[in-house]
Design a protein around this ligand. Structure first.
Ligand code: 5GP
Ligand code: MN
Length: 351
């Protein structure tokens, strides 16, 4: 049930790491548990091997994930762009985790593109951007980037033991195990989506290594504010729209409502899944109004590809069953736009 990478790719990665001096680890805008889990786990792993590694992301962690970075070691581009840019310029190896195209790091894209550092992609989204990376580990079959990392660390460890003639491996630190578990837990929506046998094997290994799953469960899914619970009630009662003809449901969240309920980043985590709890509903969407655009979150329970829907109608992408994007129209126009996008996509699928 273990997942493994080819010996040649592990050897090549090991060599690239070995000859690097300054490593920068980057993940995507609006980071989620898998993004933060990945960058923290990579940094933890590399530091334990004596590498010099730093982390940068385009915008800050949502409140509910701040506990993952107690020492504030993650640099945030939109808080200190010059500092992050100088790290990008002085790195000779850049590791990009949990996204498949450089457009997902927004304002950091141009500096990363301009850098001559070796760029390694570690990701699980389908269809990575060709030509942007020097080496790619992309496994859409895996539940999360954190799962990919777990099996990658195992492969590197095996290679290193042979290379150095070591009898025993160096165990992953408790913090690294926790980071990996959080990525696994959040990207699978608590082990309900995208789970394959190796996912449970990894979870089982991590528990055996001492991860306290109740503690993490509470920190990630149980530490929400009262405001967030009230907002959830309001959305369920007054805002959720069900479209039985498309087996779909959606929710619009306006700026005015965000203000009323003291909304902070991350408060809407999980809201997109709510319509999917209704019998017969297989597609759902959450539209969140921002100052400059509308953030779109899409989910499906069946074979309907929200990745295609996001690419075609919502300026985005993602996975087959979980995707996202942006829209530049008024919130009032969303209901018609969403229905038309579903109609056209379902017509296409039924052809
Ligand atoms: P979420 O709905 O949780 O924000 O995102 C779900 C999935 O869609 C994630 O895998 C995320 O990486 C992807 N995603 C979200 N927003 C975008 C976007 O603007 N562009 C692309 N390409 N993918 C996105
Ligand atoms: Mn992910």
């Amino acid at each position: 049930m273990e997942f493994s990478f080819s010996a040649a790719s592990i050897r090549k990665l090991y060599g690239l790491l070995y000859k690097s001096n300054n490593i920068l680890i980057i993940s995507h805008t609006n980071p989620d548990g898998d993004a933060i889990g990945s960058v923290k786990a990579i940094k933890g792993y590399l530091s334990s091997k004596g590498y010099n590694a730093s982390i940068a992301i385009p915008n800050d962690c949502p409140d509910y994930l701040c506990f993952m970075d107690p020492d504030r070691e993650i640099m945030v581009w939109n808080k200190e762009p010059e500092r992050v840019n100088s790290f990008i310029r002085s790195s000779d190896l850049i590791i990009l985790a949990d996204f498949n195209s450089l457009s997902r790091i927004d304002d950091m894209e141009s500096e990363v593109k301009a850098s001559s550092a070796c760029k390694i992609l570690l990701d699980h989204h389908p269809s990575y951007e060709n030509g942007s990376f020097d080496m790619v580990f992309s496994q859409p079959a895996l539940s999360s980037t954190c799962e990919l990392l777990y099996w990658l660390f195992a492969g590197l460890d095996k290679y290193e033991r042979r290379d150095r003639g070591l009898k025993r491996s160096i165990p992953l630190s408790p913090e690294t195990c926790e980071s990996l578990y959080i990525g696994l837990m959040t990207d699978t929506n608590n082990f309900s989506n995208s789970v394959i046998p190796s996912t449970f094997k990894m979870a089982s290994d991590l528990l055996a290594m001492g991860v306290d799953k109740e503690r993490l469960q509470h920190l990630v899914f149980g530490g929400f504010s009262e405001n967030r619970m009230r907002l959830m009630g309001h959305l369920l009662l007054n805002k959720m729209v069900v479209l039985p003809e498309y087996q779909a449901g959606y929710i619009l969240l306006s700026l005015q409502e965000q203000k009323k309920f003291g909304f902070t980043d991350g408060d809407s985590e999980g809201f997109v899944n709510m319509p999917l709890n209704i019998k017969g509903i297989n597609i759902s969407a959450l539209f969140t109004e921002n100052e400059s655009n509308i953030r779109v979150s899409l989910r499906s329970l069946n074979n309907f590809s929200v990745n295609n829907l996001a690419k075609r109608f919502f300026n985005g992408g993602g996975h087959e069953k979980a995707a996202g994007g942006k829209l530049f129209i008024s919130l009032n126009d969303i209901p018609e736009y969403f229905k038309t996008s579903l109609k056209k996509s379902l017509e296409c699928e039924n052809k």
